[in-house]
Design a protein around this ligand. Structure first.
Ligand code: I6G
Length: 673
C-alpha cells in the first residue's frame, strides 16, 4: 500500500474505533462484536508501529498508558471548580428551595435537574478543536494536578469529540469513579496476591488517578460521568439538562438517571426512589444533586462564598462508619471453610444497623492488623455483606487484645487445617460437623437448587437441632406429626412443607447436581455437566479426562467432583434420595433440538404462570442464554407485570419485547422467535 493510502487507512481506523468506543461506552449500543474491534485496533497498532512519525495523542491506541512521569505538574482552573453545599434532611432541602424562590421574581416558573452524586474524584477535561488536550484534578478548586496521561486511559472519556458544533475551547467537568464490580474484582485479586486492598471504590479511583505510570491507571476499571460544562461560546445552551444532552451527543457519558422536575416535592420523591435503588446501582453514590435547570436563572442566583446558590447536594446516609470490634466469631460454612466474623458495637451504616461484618480470612486479619477492642471502619455498600475495611490505629487503647485463631472447629471440635498457600481455614469434620450439615441442607433447599418452598434457614436449623434431620435425604422422610411438634409450626404449615417437598421430588438434573453442593460446582457448571453426561450414573463414573472435556471444568473442579462421588457417604445419600422418589427426566439434548441456541434473552417483571427461575430453565433447555441485564446484544426481553428499568432499556435500545403470552407461545414452540 502506498504511504498516502496507508495514511488514509490509519485515519479511517481511528475514526471507526472512536465511534465504536462511543457506541460501546456511552450509548451502550455496540454495533460490532468485540473480536472485530480488537482486529481493527491491532491493524491500527501495526500501522503506527511501522510509522512512528504518524503517532498522535488522540489515537485510540493511546489509552493503554505511556512511560511514567517523574512528577505531576500544576494546572490553574480559569473558572474555579467550586464545591456544592450539602443538606442532610428534608427540612434543609425545603429551606434551600425557599431561598431559591425568594431570590427569583415572584411566581417565576423554573425546573430542577436531579442527578445522583457519584462517589468519585472531580475532574476537569479540556478540549481544543474537539481534541482532548488536558485532564486535571480539582485540587483546591483553583489549582489542581495535571493528570492528562491518566485520563487518556479511561475508555468512556472521548479523546476526540463526536458529531459537530463544539466550541473551540470546551471544558467538561465530572466525576471519575470505579464501578463496584470492578472494585470488588480489584480487591479480590489484591487479597489473592497478598497486596494492599482499597477501602472503597472512591479511594481506589483516587489511587488509580494518582499514578505517575499511566499503564497502571489503564489497568484499572475507571469510568467518568460528566455533569457540567464551561464553554468558550456564550449562549450555547439554555439549560443544564440541554447541555448534558449535547455532551452525550459529543461522546461523553452522562447520568442515565437525570430527571427534570417541576418542584421540590418531585425532588423529594426522586431522592426517595434513588435511595431505595441505591444498593442495585452499579456504582456508589452518596446523595442527589439538585440544580435549577435554567442557566439564565442560575446566573441570576449566582454564588455565595465558594458554592452556587442554584445547586445543592442532598446527602444519603453514610456507607462507612466507625465502631468498636468487640469479638471475633469463627463460622463454619457448607464446605467446611471457617470465616472470621467481626462482632461489632451495633452501628447504623448504609441504611441499616450492622452488628456483624466479615473479616474474610486469616490473611485479612493479618493485613488489617486488627485486635479485639480496636476502633474500626465498617463499610456496607450495595448487596455486598458488611466488611471491616480499616483499623483506626490512632484511636487504639492500651486494653486491646490479640485475636485468638482456633485450632479446633468451634462446632464439632474436629481439627482445623490450612492448606499450604491458602488463606482459608477448614474444618476437617466433613458431615460429622453439624454446621456443615446445616449449611449443606440450607443450600440443598435453596431457590436455585431444589427450591423447597417454605424451608428457610431458621427452619433447617430448628430441625437439625431437634434431631429430626441429619442429611438431605431425611427431609423426604419427614412426617406431619414430627413437624407439627416444632415451635411456631402449625398443622397447616407442616402440610405446606410436606407438599413443597413432594413437589421438589420432581426436579431436573442440573438443579440436583447444584443442590449436592460439590465444591466449586455452581449453577452454570452443574448445567454443563448435566448437558454433557445426560445421566447421573455417567457423571459419577467419569474419570478426570472425561470431566475435563466439559465446558468450565478444569483440574481443580474435576478433582472436587471425583472426590465427592468417591465418598461412600455421598453415594449413600444419593441412593437414599432416589429411593425417596427424587427424580428428573434424562434426555439427551441434541444441538438440533435447541432451536434457541445462540439467542440471548432477559426476563423481567412478574410472571403469572411460572416463576422467573422456571422460565429461565425452560429457555435454557431450548438452548437460549438468559442474561441479567439488557444490552444491544439481547435478542429478546420477556416482560411480565410491573417490569421496570430493564423494559425501559430494551425500549431505548430497540430490543424486541414480548409479554407473558408471547413467552408461553415461544416456549410451546408455536412462535419461532
Ligand atoms: O460534585 C458534584 C457532583 C455532581 C458536583 C456537581 C454534580 O452535579 C451532578 N455539580 C456541580 C456544579 C459541582 N459539583 C460543583
Amino acid at each position: 500500500m502506498s504511504d498516502s493510502s496507508l495514511r488514509a487507512r490509519l485515519e479511517a481506523l481511528r475514526k471507526q474505533l472512536h465511534e465504536h468506543s462511543y457506541r460501546y461506552y456511552v450509548l451502550d449500543e455496540p454495533s460490532i462484536p468485540d473480536v472485530e474491534y480488537d482486529r481493527l485496533f491491532r491493524e491500527l497498532q501495526d500501522i503506527e508501529r511501522e510509522h512512528p512519525e504518524w503517532r498522535s495523542d488522540d489515537s485510540p491506541t493511546q489509552r493503554v498508558g505511556a512511560e511514567p512521569l517523574s512528577s505531576f505538574s500544576q494546572v490553574r482552573h480559569e473558572t474555579p471548580m467550586l464545591s456544592l453545599d450539602n443538606v442532610f434532611s428534608e427540612q434543609e432541602l425545603r429551606d434551600f428551595d425557599r431561598r431559591v424562590r425568594g431570590r427569583l421574581d415572584d411566581g417565576q416558573a423554573f425546573h430542577y435537574a436531579c442527578e445522583p452524586k457519584l462517589d468519585g474524584i472531580a475532574v476537569s477535561l479540556l478540549y481544543v478543536d474537539g481534541v482532548l488536550v488536558r485532564g486535571a484534578t480539582r485540587g483546591d478548586g483553583r489549582v489542581g494536578e495535571d493528570i492528562t496521561h491518566n485520563v487518556r486511559t479511561v475508555d468512556s472519556i472521548p479523546l476526540k469529540l463526536q458529531g459537530e458544533g463544539w466550541p473551540v475551547e470546551l471544558e467538561v467537568r465530572g466525576e471519575i469513579y470505579m464501578p463496584r464490580q470492578g472494585f470488588e474484582a480489584l480487591n479480590m485479586r489484591a487479597r489473592e496476591e497478598g497486596s494492599k486492598t482499597f477501602v472503597n471504590p472512591r479511594n481506589a479511583a483516587a489511587g488509580s488517578l494518582r499514578q505517575l505510570d499511566s499503564r497502571i491507571t489503564a489497568s484499572r476499571p475507571l469510568e467518568m460521568c460528566c455533569y457540567g460544562v464551561v464553554a468558550s461560546d456564550d449562549g450555547l445552551f439554555s439549560s443544564h439538562s440541554g447541555a448534558l444532552a449535547q455532551l452525550k451527543r459529543w461522546g461523553f457519558l452522562t447520568s442515565v438517571e437525570l430527571a427534570v422536575v417541576d418542584d421540590i416535592e418531585a425532588c423529594l420523591a426522586y431522592y426517595e426512589q434513588l435511595l431505595s435503588r441505591r444498593d442495585q446501582l452499579a456504582y456508589d453514590i452518596d446523595g442527589i444533586v439538585f440544580k435549577v435547570d435554567e442557566l439564565a436563572l442560575q446566573e441570576q442566583l449566582g454564588f455565595v462564598s465558594r458554592a452556587p446558590r442554584w445547586a445543592i447536594a442532598h446527602k444519603f446516609p453514610a456507607q462507612e462508619e466507625v465502631t468498636t470490634l468487640r469479638d471475633v466469631e469463627f463460622q463454619v460454612g457448607r464446605t467446611g471453610a471457617v470465616t472470621p466474623v467481626a462482632k461489632l458495637e451495633p452501628v447504623f451504616v448504609g441504611g441499616v444497623t450492622v452488628s456483624n461484618a466479615t473479616l474474610h480470612n486469616l490473611d485479612e486479619i493479618e493485613r488489617l492488623g486488627v485486635k479485639l477492642g480496636d476502633t474500626v471502619i465498617v463499610r456496607r455498600a450495595g448487596d455486598v455483606i458488611p466488611q471491616v475495611v480499616q483499623v483506626v490505629t490512632e484511636r487504639r487503647g492500651d486494653d486491646v487484645r490479640d485475636i485468638v485463631i482456633p485450632s479446633c472447629c468451634p462446632v464439632c471440635e474436629s481439627p482445623l487445617e490450612r492448606a499450604p498457600g491458602e488463606a482459608v481455614l477448614r474444618c476437617t469434620g466433613g458431615l460429622v460437623c453439624a454446621a456443615q450439615r446445616k449449611e449443606g441442607i440450607k443450600h440443598f433447599a435453596s431457590r436455585k437448587a431444589m427450591d423447597i418452598d417454605g424451608l428457610g434457614d431458621k427452619l433447617v436449623e430448628q430441625m437439625v437441632e431437634a434431631g429430626l434431620i441429619d442429611s438431605v435425604a431425611d427431609l423426604f422422610r419427614l412426617e406431619q406429626a414430627q413437624l407439627s411438634g416444632l415451635e411456631r409450626m402449625g398443622e397447616k404449615s407442616a402440610q405446606n412443607l410436606l407438599d413443597a417437598l413432594s413437589k421438589a421430588r420432581n426436579t431436573t438434573l442440573p438443579r440436583f447436581l447444584f443442590a449436592l453442593g460439590i465444591r466449586e460446582v455452581g449453577e452454570a457448571t452443574a448445567s454443563n455437566l448435566a448437558k454433557h453426561f445426560v445421566s447421573l450414573e455417567a457423571l459419577m463414573a467419569a474419570d478426570e479426562e472425561q470431566l475435563l472435556a466439559v465446558d468450565d471444568v478444569g483440574p481443580i473442579v474435576a478433582s472436587h467432583i471425583r472426590s465427592f462421588f468417591a465418598t461412600d457417604h455421598n453415594r449413600e445419600i444419593i441412593r437414599q434420595l432416589r429411593e425417596q422418589g427424587v427424580h428428573w427426566p434424562e434426555e439427551r439434548i441434541e444441538e438440533g433440538e435447541q432451536p434457541m441456541a445462540g439467542q440471548t434473552w432477559v426476563l423481567t417483571g412478574n410472571l403469572e404462570s411460572m416463576t422467573r427461575s422456571e422460565a429461565k430453565e425452560k429457555l435454557q433447555a431450548l438452548g437460549a442464554k438468559v442474561a441479567g441485564s439488557v444490552s444491544a446484544k439481547t435478542d429478546c426481553v420477556a416482560a411480565g407485570a410491573n417490569a421496570g428499568s430493564k423494559l425501559k432499556k430494551a425500549e431505548e435500545l430497540g430490543v424486541k419485547v414480548i409479554d407473558e403470552g408471547g413467552l408461553l407461545a415461544v416456549l410451546s414452540g408455536q412462535d419461532k422467535t
